[in-house]
Design a protein around this ligand. Structure first.
Ligand code: SF4
Ligand code: SF4
Length: 210
């Protein structure tokens, strides 16, 4: 009985000098393990708002919001916004692993995510949409087109959408002649921004007249 008492006394003295063994969480959060997958965050610079991560998210935690008209709580008109709800995220890392640019979204080491309001659990990124000049459907974002131009280099000039986007980016396309509303697709539409469906329709019409 004598020895354990001495040992406890020794431990009490050590604790007095060294301080408690417990961490100071939540006042000071201990760093997470190097491979820890915590709160996902978009990079405002590297994300091109393409939407690929939303397609691979198994928990459907990433929402794509597109607007053609303004409304409160929504992105400005003509914008696409990606909203990642990390309260339903399962921290699987699929978004990061399948990101188009490989740097658009990253699972950080942040783990202290408790909150009383789940509506706060959002991270967002947005960019301007590019619309089809014939049918008006959104095609993708400006950043996405510019990223493709940079990635493809001279090969981008074989695609009219990318060709026009690259000229717009370097300021060679200051004035665009707007398309006459309701006019049928014709030869002059080859050098316009068109969605894949309208581009196909134009090509078929040119080749076979239908
Ligand atoms: S970590 Fe997984 S669940 Fe969370 S947003 Fe990314 S893909 Fe979705
Ligand atoms: S660039 Fe990456 S993070 Fe951004 S929308 Fe595309 S896949 Fe998601």
């Amino acid at each position: 009985m004598k020895y354990p008492k001495l040992r406890e006394l020794k431990e009490a003295f050590t604790a007095l000098i060294k301080g408690p063994y417990t961490t100071k969480f939540p006042k000071i959060a201990a760093p997470a393990a190097p491979a820890y997958r915590g709160k996902p965050e978009f990079s405002q610079e590297e994300c091109v708002v393409c939407g690929a991560c939303a397609n691979v998210c198994p928990a459907k935690a990433i929402e794509i919001v597109e607007t053609t008209n303004g409304s409160s709580g929504l992105p400005p008109p003509g914008f696409r916004r990606m909203v990642l709800h990390y309260d339903v995220c399962i921290f699987c890392g699929q978004c990061e692993a399948n990101c188009l640019t490989e740097k658009g979204v990253h699972l950080t080491q942040k783990y202290d995510l408790a909150t009383l309001d789940r509506k706060e659990c959002l991270v967002k990124v947005e960019d301007k949409l590019v619309f089809c000049e014939y049918c008006g459907e959104p095609i993708t974002t400006q950043k996405h087109l510019h990223w493709l131009v940079e990635r493809l280099g001279p090969q981008a000039f074989s695609n009219p959408n990318l060709f026009l986007a690259s000229h717009e980016e370097i300021g060679l396309l200051e004035e665009r002649v707007s398309r006459k509303k309701g006019a049928p697709l014709g030869r002059s539409d080859h050098l316009r921004i068109l969605c894949p469906r309208c581009r196909k329709q134009l090509t078929l019409k040119e080749e076979w007249g239908s």
